[in-house]
Design a protein around this ligand. Structure first.
Ligand SMILES: [Zn+2]
Length: 73
């Protein structure tokens, strides 16, 4: 995993509150989060896309469901 479990949880919380206004079908809110925390988007974004996260709402839905499997395994 490119992000730790606690970082990933923080990302989901961030997206959950940011997406109340709706998704603009980009990864802008994810990128804001990564930038604030000094993560390297070039390594994290491909990983998110691998898990179906092609925009902010998809990160929340698809990556979060994959992530629940990761936690259970
Ligand atoms: Zn979206």
């Amino acid at each position: 995993m490119e992000l730790s479990v606690s970082d990933l949880k923080a990302l989901f919380v961030h997206l959950d509150s940011e997406l109340k206004a709706g998704c603009d079908h980009t990864l802008s809110k994810t990128l804001d989060f990564l930038g604030d925390r000094k993560f390297e988007p070039a390594t994290v974004i491909p990983w998110l896309k691998e898990h179906g996260g092609y925009c902010d709402c998809e990160v929340l839905v698809n990556v979060e469901s994959d992530y629940e499997c990761i936690l259970r395994s």
